[in-house]
Design a protein. Structure first.
Length: 140
């Protein structure tokens, strides 16, 4: 995991980060490590975002670390980094957290379109694991 993925557990979305630069760095790391980039759009006020973050550090941690370079992008009150969301097919349209999986060339492999993670606090750790495992299986 990169430094971007090790953000403070209580505030996993760095509100002062340059998300564009973080994604560019993650793309370079993904190319070097032969991984994909997992971009999670969220906010520290969002309970589902915090629950997803917690779940990603549990059972799913090894799976995610083995396949992805993770970048967490703060969307504020849906007033920050929305240009990034729009550029990746607007996965935040139906709520956050939202996820995008990128190839190392910045092309989109997968993006949540229907708020698939917006009920993360109701998903079990196994449910989160299954969600990411399914993405990995489909896009190897």
């Amino acid at each position: 995991m990169t430094g971007h993925a090790r953000a403070d557990v209580a505030r996993p979305y760095d509100e002062s980060a340059d998300a564009h630069a973080a994604i560019q760095q993650a793309l370079q790391e993904a190319q070097a490590q032969k991984k994909k980039v997992l971009v999670i759009f969220g906010a520290n006020w969002c309970k589902d975002c915090l629950e997803l973050n917690k779940s990603m550090q549990g059972q799913s941690a090894a799976l995610i670390a083995g396949k992805f370079v993770v970048v967490k992008v703060d969307v504020g009150q849906f007033d920050k980094n929305m240009d990034l969301s729009a550029g990746y097919g607007n996965p935040t349209k139906k709520g956050i957290p939202a996820a995008v999986v990128l190839q190392a060339d910045n092309s989109v492999l997968y993006a949540t379109k229907g708020g698939e993670l917006s009920n993360a606090r109701r998903m079990s750790e196994q449910g989160v694991y299954d969600f990411f495992n399914q993405i990995i299986t489909r896009h190897q």
